[in-house]
Design a protein around this ligand. Structure first.
Ligand SMILES: Cc1cc2nc3c(=O)[nH]c(=O)nc-3n(C[C@H](O)[C@H](O)[C@H](O)COP(=O)(O)OP(=O)(O)OC[C@H]3O[C@@H](n4cnc5c(N)ncnc54)[C@H](O)[C@@H]3O)c2cc1C
Length: 438
């Protein structure tokens, strides 16, 4: 079995001072991006990560538009030299077996950005953090932020528990900063406390995922492709993400009551859905599971505010929408750029007001909205992308734009007018046989 816990690395146990320009809560892609860019401008930045570094994380499939923030961070050469499988396309499989032609990203844009990677997040996220540290960020792992410090309604720092390398307890330390940036991922530290988190009522989904070794792979250019495979009856879908060393990440997503039915186990539910996806069953015929099962649920939400006086949210800590289009890391990196730019301006102007720190919200929300509408279309019971494109071939390029993550491009949203108000049915009830089987 692959270990799901990674050992502590000493390099992340740096000394922590009493004050910084910016404290970042969380060392995922969003936190590492904000940190690296702000440090590049000469601001003092502390990243506090409650976990060890590297740490295991779901979300291995990148999409092409990650190229641009990764380029700005100076990481493209490292990625090119890495052993991460190259991803050139995404392929959809409907009704458990009907494979559509892959969407090759370079047919849309021949630029090198059309090729991206499938990454183990422990290594990829560490690459981002190492880069942030190289640019001057202080990184402290095993450092859990427990609270924020308010002064006249403005956040001016955090209280954090800094554990030693072997986990020994420590006192809670107060650390001051001009800005606190919450990049704490789905735990959404600040927006949960401030009750800003709003779940998407139409995307109450849950996921079970694991890794297999020895699965059947396509060859050549398709070897690193992501497959999105709907099961018969469309109650769930699987991702198939080929990783290094003959490992494939496999995850199954469906409505929460369907995925986590009373009296069931994740093993049984996973096996039940696999039976409904012959195309995946065939690929896994000679494969062996090499990781525990993991679960997660109710992860589509957005915060009502993006910032306040002295604080700002970024990445999943602000919002996340369903894994189907692998948008999370892109949004964490792009969001990291938006937030770093806004914080830099705020520090230069000595204005850490909500208006300044949240100045990116409108533009970012517009991009997020493009992903949300395409996710709604994917789950809408009577919608077919094939039919839509046959009726409206002029929108193929808009569709591919969203699939590659070019959601901030002007005009991308035009296609949604033609689609109309399509939406999934909330918490679609499972068929009775599906529930009683498990
Ligand atoms: C089922 C599923 C599948 C997904 N698949 C994909 C995919 O294939 N491709 C993709 O691009 N995205 C995918 N995603 C989304 C992606 O994983 C996230 O969007 C991405 O990790 C967000 O980055 P982040 O930096 O905002 O948060 P994270 O990567 O979650 O980092 C947040 C960090 O904050 C730390 N933290 C939390 N609280 C505290 C605290 N109080 N003090 C200190 N540290 C703290 C955490 O330990 C964590 O390391 C998927 C998501 C789900 C739910």
């Amino acid at each position: 079995m692959i270990q799901s816990e990674y050992p502590t690395t000493e390099n992340a146990q740096q000394e922590v001072a009493d004050a910084y320009d910016v404290i970042v809560i969380g060392g995922g892609p969003a936190g590492a991006t904000v940190g690296a860019l702000l440090a590049e401008w000469g601001h003092s930045v502390l990243i506090l990560e409650r976990n060890t570094v590297p740490r295991f994380h779901v979300g291995e499939s990148l999409i092409p538009e990650t190229y641009w923030p990764l380029k700005r961070l100076g990481l493209i050469d490292q990625l090119k030299e890495s052993a991460f499988p190259k991803k050139f396309s995404v392929q959809f499989v409907s009704e458990g077996w009907k494979e559509s032609a892959p969407f090759y990203f370079d047919e849309h844009d021949p630029h090198e950005s059309s090729q991206t990677w499938q990454v183990e997040r422990a290594d990829f996220d560490k690459m981002l953090l190492d880069n942030a540290v190289a640019k001057g960020v202080t990184l402290r792992s095993r450092a859990q932020v427990l609270d924020v410090i308010f002064q006249n309604d403005r956040i001016v720092g955090v209280k954090a528990k800094l554990l030693g390398a072997s986990g020994e307890d420590s006192d809670v330390k107060e650390i001051r900063s001009r800005v606190v940036c919450d990049a704490s991922g789905v735990s959404a530290f600040l927006s949960s406390r401030m009750e800003l988190k709003q779940s998407d009522p139409l995307l109450k989904k849950g996921t079970i995922w694991t890794y297999f070794r020895g699965a059947q792979r396509d060859s050549g250019k398709d070897e690193g492709a992501t497959l999105i495979m709907q099961t018969e009856g469309k109650h769930s879908w699987f991702w198939y993400i080929p990783l290094r060393d003959d490992v494939v990440s496999i995850g199954c997503t469906g409505d929460m009551p369907y995925m986590f039915a009373k009296g069931s186990s994740v093993e049984k539910t996973f096996a039940r859905e696999l039976d409904r996806c012959p195309a995946l069953g065939k690929r896994l015929e000679n494969a062996t599971r090499c990781l525990d099962f993991f679960t997660t649920k109710d992860y589509s939400y957005r915060a009502k505010r993006a910032a306040g006086d002295g604080w700002v949210l970024v990445g999943d800590a602000y919002g996340f929408i369903d894994p189907v289009y692998s948008s999370g890391v892109l949004l964490a990196l792009k969001g990291g750029e938006f937030v770093a730019d806004a914080v830099h301006e705020a520090l230069q102007a000595d204005d850490v007001s909500e208006a300044q720190l949240g100045s990116w919200k409108e533009g970012y929300d517009a991009g997020l909205e493009n992903f949300r509408r395409l996710v709604y279309a994917f789950y809408a019971p009577n919608f077919s992308f094939g039919e839509f494109l046959r009726e409206h071939p002029q929108f193929k390029s808009n569709l591919v734009d969203v699939l590659i993550g070019a959601v901030f491009k002007p005009g991308v949203s035009d296609m949604f007018e033609a689609m109309g108000d399509i939406r999934p049915t909330p918490n679609e009830p499972a068929t009775p046989d599906a529930i009683t089987e498990v």
